[in-house]
Design a protein around this ligand. Sequence first.
Ligand SMILES: [Zn+2]
Length: 300
Amino acid sequence: MAKIKQDKERLRSVAEQITTALQERGHGRHFRQNYVARPGKTNTDGWYYNLGRLGRGKPSLEVWLDRYPARNRRRFWWGFFSTNPKSNSSHLWLMKRLPLLLKPTLPMRTVDDFTEIGRFSCLKQPLKRQEFSQPIEERYKIERFYGIYDNTPASDKIIVKRAVDFFGRVLCHLYGTAPVASDIDSDGLPARVKQTINRIVRDTKMSLAIKQLYGNRCQVCGKRLEIEPGEFYAEGHHLKPLGGEHQGPDLRGNLLCLCPNHHALFDYFAMPLNPARLKLNKHKLGQSFIDYHNSRVSML
Ligand SMILES: [Zn+2]
């Protein structure tokens, strides 16, 4: 029983922090915030908060903490939820606007994937490891889901960061703008525009392998970030990026293991790559990918 109270309390706090962070990032104007004191109950043994709705007949932003994906422990889910007679059109409105990198990559869940266990519905096959932390789509009789299940025992701070990052990326694409805040310099000079650009950081199988090879240490600076005791964080970078205008391949020779700072520098082609100067270098990079990266750097 104590666990139930704890989980509910945790969900409430995470939901509040996500809403606040989305507003701080300038996304508040894109959804009508929903003030609710209590979480709603799910039929998969958990609760949810509706953070707000994108507009009439549009999906809601929701955060769930329930047993749907794994049975033995509640997991967080965040994403877009539609439930009304027109939920299919509101869901399709969203799906059509997703950029390639945010499209669900996993098989869609439907009502046939469920079974009743006791008072609750459960997935016949719990989600597999690689199905967590990826955009996923579900379509049931009325409800439509699009979002991400989190599988790591991360701190609330990290859960909030991941959820805000996901919502932020989708909202930027839906409304065509990055959140912008303008301010006036204290010396009265013209307004300066501050812009947040959301980079897409999503692991492929190959980038997970490269991160493992380097034990999450950055190949450029040799550092690794400890986000939880014993849990380290790094990002895989494709020298010739996947998708978009680049269409790079997901190959070892196209990948670097980087800390978030160096990843940003590489993503923006703000730093040339000389493999001989890498602090860590345990795998061979393809020369064509190095050249691709460096040619972009010198174009700037
Ligand atoms: Zn680094």
